[in-house]
Design a protein around this ligand. Structure first.
Ligand SMILES: Cc1cc2nc3c(=O)[nH]c(=O)nc-3n(C[C@H](O)[C@H](O)[C@H](O)COP(=O)(O)OP(=O)(O)OC[C@H]3O[C@@H](n4cnc5c(N)ncnc54)[C@H](O)[C@@H]3O)c2cc1C
Length: 716
């Protein structure tokens, strides 16, 4: 009854994306009267946008493809369950479909690498085998650092994270990784990850926000895993739109399309109770006891509010969103599968490149109905560069030229006879209703700074207006602690907190919709009683024994020589072994530990390791490495500023190496060279082993974890 004084419904849901639809499904189940207002005149879905391409042969079906959200994984439990419940036959395993074409492309530091993805450290989207060991070591150390940060994040309330990591909210990701010891390739790898996960630049987002975002979904390495067990392993042949249609089917009559809301006002009824007045663009007014605004905080910021929002919420609603251009490029042949002698899967990734990320989304199997398609993402600054309303011609040129470069094949070009067409979806501020994608961005200071901005993510306004979206995903019944729980078995990874899951993903939208419905129904479970937290221990302060500058230089030079000189031989040796380093980064780490020990022994700072290793020697080893790091830092700090240019270069070298050793020591000092494993397990390189028999049925994929030193050294 728009325009009448009567209540239109008990609850109004504004926004027909997956969050709004999930909340609607919950209210429908609870038999609550509700209506859902969606701005788009023709469709529900929001950031889910399924398109169809007409069938191209007798008896064949239309080809559906997603120009918004598409990929799902088994660890995204809620969306996975919904897909299994409604469309089990439509689930395509992209990982298996790519199996016959092992090669992938990556551009790092301006150089193109094309190899078998199985040979890459961390597999698909990882580190190519040609990368120098120095870079590999730096990447490993960086990942080690990322994991240490993520494990200190309080997933439920990131502003209450361990105090050591809160300063990361004052830095952008770019500021965090612009330290001299981190090589460009490693920075590019993090850049690709930020660009792929947030469609934004590392200069735009708070480092703490990025790590919180990752920690909410099983950690950085899990999120960037585009292969087996990762969140991008599966998609739906029907498109995600079909899944949303199934979810909405029971309450289709309560969904009103073409109803853009302009204003939300809190009002008081005669008896003092509050209600909400919602004004649409066409001037009609709807009323309800409670309202759910089911869209990202940035999108909610486009609506006006009465009374004006509190400043912190206003600031939250001013947050920006990522910018994405998602394209589907159609060819009459899958030319990339046979290109320059490579069997490319169509998978490619490149930092700061006109096309960031590419996947083959051709229907798998012989019944592909003659459709061959590459999916491409152009994001952040590269998408901005095309302007708010790029023409199809401009997009086609931009994307196909980038593909021709990535695969080094002119068959990608729109002038090639194999090119058929390109379909594009632009997600930016000019987009009518959502205003960008895949989700919102938090700048430095917004997560933990003054004003408690992020604390409002799940807080209702005036007790009658509730906000929810994939970005605010919070679980109703978490089963873990709010932070990472380390494993008691050193050979097994610990467990990331599940207080928030799938932040920014379809999975998160489902979780968020359920949470907000429970909030509105007053059915939020009581938070468990917790005993007061013991104060966090201060970081250990150590006074390293002083070494002479010569001792520091000598030890670091020896270490550098070891790392550089032996690289090729060792890499080849590991590659030749049954469990090569590329499959087992742990072997590489053991080798790095050996190099450090050898450098310390040869400099006379440490006695040679006894066999078996004794606790006394292990303690000596830790002391010697700490002394090296401490003295190295001290010399650099004292001398770098006032030394002559030639000497400064040397000191910079010392500084970089010192930082690497320091990072290594942070890891080792958790359980420095424990006495339990025999010296032979610790120091010699892995010996070749017969290939293992493949199990008949592969175990369910577990999130891929980086193996820390502690676990490596405890291996039998
Ligand atoms: C290009 C792209 C690719 C993505 N890929 C993936 C992926 O592969 N896997 C994955 O899990 N996630 C992916 N995502 C993220 C995923 O789409 C979102 O997390 C999820 O769909 C968000 O759902 P939501 O309901 O919270 O918000 P939205 O989908 O944004 O829904 C908000 C709704 O509110 C409506 N609305 C806005 N303003 C008004 C108004 N004033 N009045 C009425 N209605 C209004 C909008 O039209 C929209 O329907 C991707 C997103 C994009 C953009």
């Amino acid at each position: 009854m728009p325009g009448s004084d009567a209540f239109t419904a008990d609850v109004l849901i504004i926004g027909g994306g997956l969050t709004g639809l999930t909340a609607a499904a919950e209210l429908h189940r609870a038999k609550v009267s509700f209506a859902l207002l969606e701005a788009h005149p023709e469709r529900i879905g929001g950031r889910v946008k399924t398109m169809a391409r007409a069938a191209c042969g007798p008896g064949s079906k239309d080809y559906h493809f997603d120009q918004g959200a598409q990929y799902i994984g088994q660890t995204q439990t809620e969306i996975w369950r919904l897909a299994q419940e409604h469309l089990p036959h439509a689930v395509i395993d992209g990982y298996t479909a790519r199996k016959g074409w092992p090669d992938q492309v990556t551009v790092l530091n301006g150089k193109r690498y094309v190899n078998d993805s199985e040979s890459w450290l961390f597999g698909i989207g990882g580190i190519p085998p040609e990368m120098g060991l120095w870079t590999v070591v730096a990447v490993l150390l960086l990942i080690q650092e990322i994991e240490a940060i993520e494990q200190a994040v309080n997933v439920a309330e990131p502003w209450s994270s361990a105090f050591e990591i809160l300063p990361l909210d004052q830095l952008t990701v770019a500021q965090w990784f612009s330290r001299p010891w981190i090589p460009q390739e490693a920075r590019d790898l993090v850049t690709i990850s930020v660009q792929a996960l947030l469609s934004a630049e590392p200069t735009e987002v708070s480092a703490l926000y990025f790590f919180w975002y990752c920690a909410c979904s099983g950690g950085f390495l899990h999120l960037i895993n585009d292969g087996l067990g990762g969140p991008q392993q599966f998609y739906l042949s029907t498109g995600v739109g079909a899944l949303l249609d199934r979810i909405a089917r029971p309450f289709r009559d309560r969904i009103h399309l073409g109803k853009p809301v302009e204003r939300i006002a809190q009002r008081k009824a005669s008896k003092g109770a509050r209600y909400v007045e919602v004004t649409l663009q066409d001037g009609t007014v709807w009323k309800a006891s409670k309202v759910i605004v089911a869209m990202s905080p940035s999108t909610a910021g486009r609506i006006s509010y009465d009374p004006p929002l509190e400043p912190a919420r206003q600031r939250l609603f001013e947050s920006t969103m990522g910018r994405t251009l998602k394209c589907r490029v159609f060819y009459d042949t899958p030319w990339w599968r046979d290109s320059n002698g490579n069997k490319c899967s169509g998978y490619a990734g490149a930092a700061n490149h006109p096309v960031l990320w590419v996947m083959d989304d051709s229907p798998p199997g012989p019944d592909n109905r003659g459709v061959y398609a590459l999916m491409t993402f152009t994001v952040g600054a590269q998408a901005d560069g095309l302007g708010p309303f790029p023409t199809k011609e401009a997009i086609t040129r931009h994307v196909t030229e980038a593909l021709a470069f990535l695969f080094n094949d002119t068959r990608a070009l729109s002038t090639s006879p194999h090119f058929i067409d390109l379909a594009a979806a632009t997600w930016n501020a000019a987009e009518s209703w959502v205003g960008g994608g895949p989700n919102m961005l938090l700048e430095p200071g917004m997560l933990s700074g003054a004003g408690n901005i992020a604390r409002l993510l799940n807080e209702p306004w005036g007790g009658v207006v509730y906000f929810a979206s994939a970005e605010t995903a919070r679980k109703l019944a978490p089963t873990t602690a709010p932070t990472y729980t380390p494993s008691t078995d050193p050979t097994q990874p610990g467990v990331y907190s599940d207080h928030r899951q799938g932040l920014g993903y379809l999975d998160g939208a489902v979780i968020s919709g359920r949470y907000v419905a429970a909030q509105v129904l007053g059915k939020l479970p009581r938070p468990p009683r917790t005993s007061p937290k013991p104060p966090t221990a201060s970081p250990p302060v150590f006074e390293p024994p002083a070494l002479t500058l010569d001792q520091v230089k000598q030890a670091l030079t020896l270490l550098a020589e070891q790392l550089h000189a032996a690289t090729r031989i060792d890499v080849q040796a590991w590659e030749a072994s049954a469990e090569p380093w590329r499959r087992d980064p742990a072997a590489l780490q053991i080798w790095l530990a050996q190099a450090l020990v050898q450098a310390l022994v040869q400099t006379g700072l440490l006695s040679p390791p006894p066999d078996p290793i004794t606790p006394i020697w292990a303690a000596e080893m830790t002391q010697a490495a700490i002394a090296l790091v401490g003295s190295g830092h001290a010399f650099c700090q004292q001398d770098l500023a006032r030394s002559a240019p030639a000497e400064r270069e040397k000191l910079k070298g010392i500084q970089e190496l010192t930082k690497i050793v320091e990072a290594l020591m942070r890891v080792l000092s958790v359980q420095p060279f424990s006495a339990s494993p025999p010296a032979t397990a610790l120091f010699p390189r892995p010996s070749p082993q017969p290939p293992r028999a493949r199990p008949a049925a592969p175990p369910a994929p577990r999130p891929r974890r980086f193996t820390s030193f502690q676990r490596i050294l405890s291996r039998p």
